[in-house]
Ligand binder design. Structure first.
Ligand code: RP5
Length: 164
């Protein structure tokens, strides 16, 4: 099974990134976690991304706040799919990181999730793996079914309470 790479620009991003790790744990999909910064440790970020495909990764999640160039810098050095998580880490509430992550120039795509959207980043990475992994695809189907059943239960409770 392919691994997911989870890279964060700083260990201060960990509280956000942990939601991606929890989601991948629920699916039993292997991942590696690293702190590499586009600005503070660019050589390590480049080395990881340039070798990621041959090291068995199928997708990379990159989380960063402020002037968030990490996902783009990683995408510059690999043709694996890269998913950016803009992290709310400044007085600009994550809008800075969202714009830095999402506004990639043509030719170097980054799939950007919501500000602090780590669970969706993990789910999207799993959906990417599911294209060639039937076991992951089946787990995703089951997870959608459970999520849908949970919402239907909540709807039933609300309907009982308010529709007399
Ligand atoms: C970004 O700057 C990191 O991804 C983090 O979100 C933000 C602040 O980093 P620290 O100063 O907390 O290390 O590069």
């Amino acid at each position: 099974m392919k691994k997911i790479g989870i890279i964060m620009g700083s260990d201060s991003d960990l509280p956000v990134v942990e939601k991606a790790m929890t989601t991948l744990d629920e699916f039993g999909v292997p991942y590696e976690v690293h702190v590499f910064s586009a600005h503070r440790t660019p050589a390590e970020a480049k080395d990881f991304s340039a070798n990621a495909r041959k090291n068995g990764f199928g997708a990379i999640i990159a989380a960063a706040g402020k002037a968030a160039h990490l996902a783009g810098a990683i995408a510059a050095n690999t043709t694996l799919p890269v998913i950016g998580i803009p992290v709310k880490a400044s007085t600009l509430d994550g809008l800075d990181a969202l714009l830095s992550t999402v506004q990639m120039p043509a030719g170097i795509p980054v799939a950007t999730v919501a500000i602090d959207g780590a669970a969706n980043a993990a789910l999207l990475a799993l959906q990417i793996l599911s294209v060639s992994d039937d076991e992951v695809a089946a787990k995703l189907d089951a997870q959608r079914k459970t999520a849908s059943e949970n919402v239907l239960k909540k709807n039933e409770e609300i309907e009982k309470r308010f529709n007399k």
